[in-house]
Design a protein around this ligand. Structure first.
Ligand code: FMN
Length: 200
């Protein structure tokens, strides 16, 4: 078994990539790691769009406030939260909103949908790292939720064939490390974030 803590400790965000393609087999493994992630009531309210096309990467870079790693990545995974998935799952035996996001208000469904996608994103990045593929999460991008760059967002959604219920939650850039920087984990101290029984 791979040491997951070692994998987590050595992963870092990389924003400059070599001009070298990631084999399709490895991209498939990365996406498979996302597909196998866990979710509330196993609803799996996500879609992962693998983008290699330069025109689409350029558009996603524009959506990401011009971040160059998006257009320079060998491949990009657009992670989509599908707010309709809860309804589609037709979980009729649970009639309490606290237990079934399908019964919650629009905001509740939105938050729950976006929340689920965090897990496959993390798994995909760790799988990529285990294969020697570097990555960076892109969270700074325009969307209909934040009302940042609404025109570019509409254009990107159209290019990706997303409907109104499908929201881009995260963009993952993938490529081989051209930075070759040492991994320095800048993190708060263990005792500053972990507590026994209550905060001190
Ligand atoms: C939700 C989220 C959004 C992020 N958005 C961006 C981004 O838009 N651009 C970027 O370069 N890095 C982005 N990052 C990467 C963080 O800057 C990075 O993870 C953090 O500085 C820690 O560094 P490390 O990943 O190398 O450990 C994002 C990370 C997360 C978790």
């Amino acid at each position: 078994m791979a040491d997951i803590l070692e994998l987590i400790s050595s992963r870092k965000s990389v924003r400059k990539y070599l001009d070298k393609h990631i084999p399709d087999e490895d991209l498939h493994k990365i996406l498979e790691a996302g597909r196998l992630a866990h979710s509330w009531m196993n609803v799996q309210c996500w879609k992962f769009i693998l983008v290699k096309n330069q025109e689409t990467k350029d558009l996603l870079s524009e959506l990401s406030i011009g971040q160059p790693q998006v257009k320079n990545a060998d491949a990009v995974i657009v992670c989509v939260a599908d707010t309709q998935a809860w309804e589609d799952a037709k979980i009729t035996h649970i009639q309490k909103p606290a237990l079934n996001p399908a019964l919650q208000c629009e905001n509740g469904i939105l938050i729950r949908s976006l929340e689920q996608v965090i897990y496959p994103v993390s798994y995909m990045m760790l799988e990529a790292h285990s294969l020697g593929v570097s990555s960076c999460i892109i969270g700074a991008f325009g969307s209909e939720i934040t009302a940042v760059l609404p025109e570019v967002s509409a254009k990107a959604k159209q290019a990706l064939n997303l409907n109104d219920n499908q929201i881009i939650s995260t963009i993952i850039t993938l490529g081989y490390d051209a930075e070759n920087k040492e991994t320095v984990k800048v993190r708060k101290n263990f005792d500053d974030v972990v507590f026994n029984e209550k905060l001190s």
